[in-house]
Design a protein around this ligand. Structure first.
Ligand SMILES: NC(=O)c1ccc[n+]([C@@H]2O[C@H](COP(=O)([O-])OP(=O)(O)OC[C@H]3O[C@@H](n4cnc5c(N)ncnc54)[C@H](O)[C@@H]3O)[C@@H](O)[C@H]2O)c1
Length: 445
């Protein structure tokens, strides 16, 4: 089948590559010429395990192409996937400019039947707005062309995006016309083989499903963080509590890891957007608003601990930082806890020596050259001359480090662990001072 993808970010590039891998002819359109040039040279602009090889193979086979030409994109595919960004506007609502601009391009260049598939995360009612936008342009062109607009939210996780797309847990198709649903079922057939994962519903419910899923996960993490903050003050160990409650099948072990806050390109903006959508229809979602507030506060806890440990005398201190990306296996630093920590440390007069297995280039792009940031080539290198170590991303390679080396290099012997990676008694045996999240150590500070 012929497929056009608008937007070659995490969602668009993965969708395009996976659909091309299964034999479709895919044209990816992006308005960023640098990105398109890099992709055409065989360079992958993002870090995502398994992506590079499938992009290169399908590109070499001629089934996956990249262009900036919107008209060529509209002419190419029966399916027109919208995978552009929906960043938060100033009031927290989703900014639909990129989505509606693609809709207008489709309306301007369409000459025959098209299925417009919205994969971007968009507020309820956007499929109708996309339809209205296309309709407006067709009316101006004084032409009548058949098309349908489908909501097909994406549930892939950065860091496992290819795997998630290839073996999805569910494929939500929000559509009114059963013929269009059948077309999408055919397109998704290769990813739907051992059991039916397709869930067909109306477009508004599909749009809401994506926000509800992200808000549910964000709320679980946040509730756990709230428990951790209480545990810390009452002398309980949240890791033991986690094991204790996760064993209840109604609760389960997923998404109950306490830490220094969630980040990324989805949870923060999607929770905010759902709050904004609710407010716009006169409903105050108090629980969701609290999720947002508690998470923002959680991102500050590592700095607060470091500040307390040094008795407020932070000026001139050097902090080693392990992890910059918002989670492991990605280079994405959007809304990452590392950024809140680094910015607080800089404001207090500290220097940061940071290491991340994938996000060093991204950190360089965001912060440029600055005297108080050294981006290091290894985790050990980051420890050189550091007074303390802070860990904000649970990359696997940080799980079992050489504690003797850490002790030798750190001026204060203190580790501030925002992801509860270590056994406190083991670190004590190594002579390290260990401060994690919700493990009863606030009394020690
Ligand atoms: N990143 C994720 O893990 C994830 C998961 C599920 C859903 N989503 C949702 O998917 C959408 C895309 O997210 P992303 O992380 O891939 O975004 P991204 O910012 O990485 O990529 C968006 C791309 O769209 C391009 N673009 C903007 N306007 C365009 C236009 N008019 N025509 C063609 N290209 C255009 C941009 O240049 C950019 O390359 C968002 O709504 C997001 O919420 C993201």
């Amino acid at each position: 089948m012929r497929v056009t993808i608008f937007g070659t970010g995490y969602v668009g590039l993965v969708t395009g590559a996976c659909l091309a891998e299964t034999g479709n002819h895919v044209l990816c359109v992006d308005i960023d010429p640098t990105k398109v040039e890099r992709l055409n040279r065989g360079e992958i602009p993002i870090y995502e395990p398994g992506l590079e090889s499938i992009v290169k193979q399908s590109h070499a086979a001629g089934r996956l192409r990249f262009t900036t030409d919107l008209a060529e994109g509209v002419a190419h595919g029966l399916f027109q996937f919208i995978c552009v960004g929906t960043p938060a506007d100033e009031d927290g609502s989703a900014d639909l400019n990129q989505v509606l601009s693609v809709a207008r391009s489709i309306g301007e260049h369409m000459v025959e039947y098209r299925v417009v598939v919205d994969k971007s995360t968009v507020p309820v009612g956007t499929a109708d707005r996309v339809k209205a936008e296309i309709e407006g342009v067709l009316n101006r062109r004084k032409v009548k062309i058949e098309y349908d607009v489908v909501s097909n939210p994406e549930f892939l996780k950065e860091g496992a995006a290819v795997e998630d797309f290839m073996k999805p847990e569910r494929i939500v198709i929000g559509v009114n016309d059963p013929r269009t649903a059948a077309l999408l079922r055919t397109l998704y057939e290769p990813f739907n083989r051992n059991r039916d994962r397709v869930i067909v519903m109306d477009p508004r419910s599909a749009e809401m499903t994506k926000y509800a899923a992200n808000a549910m996960l964000a709320a679980r993490i946040t509730l756990m963080n709230e428990f951790a903050n209480i545990a810390e003050r009452v002398g309980a160990d949240i890791e033991q509590v986690r094991v204790g409650i996760g064993s209840d099948p109604r609760i389960g072990y997923s998404f109950i890891y306490p830490g220094c806050g969630y980040g990324g390109s989805c949870f923060p903006k999607d929770v905010r957007a759902l709050v904004a959508s609710s407010n716009a229809v006169g409903y105050q979602p108090q629980l969701l608003s609290a999720v947002e507030v508690v998470n923002e506060r959680q991102k500050e806890i590592l700095f607060a601990k470091i500040e307390r440990f040094f008795g407020g005398a932070l000026r001139g201190k050097t902090i080693a930082l392990w992890g910059l990306s918002f989670k492991p296996n990605t280079d994405d630093m959007r809304e990452a806890s590392s950024r809140v920590l680094m910015e607080s440390l800089w404001a207090a007069g500290c220097k940061v020596r940071a290491y991340d297995p994938a996000a060093l280039d991204e950190a360089r792009r965001i912060y440029g050259k600055r005297a108080d940031l050294t981006l290091c080539d290894s985790a050990e290198d980051a420890l050189d001359g550091a007074d303390a170590l802070a860990i904000v991303t649970e990359w696997r390679q940080f799980r079992s480090p050489d504690f003797d080396l850490i002790k030798e290099r750190l001026g204060s012997d203190a580790i501030f662990d925002g992801r509860n990676l270590y056994d406190p008694s083991l670190l004590k045996r190594h002579g390290l001072k260990y401060f994690a999240v919700g493990r009863g150590d606030s009394l020690a500070l």
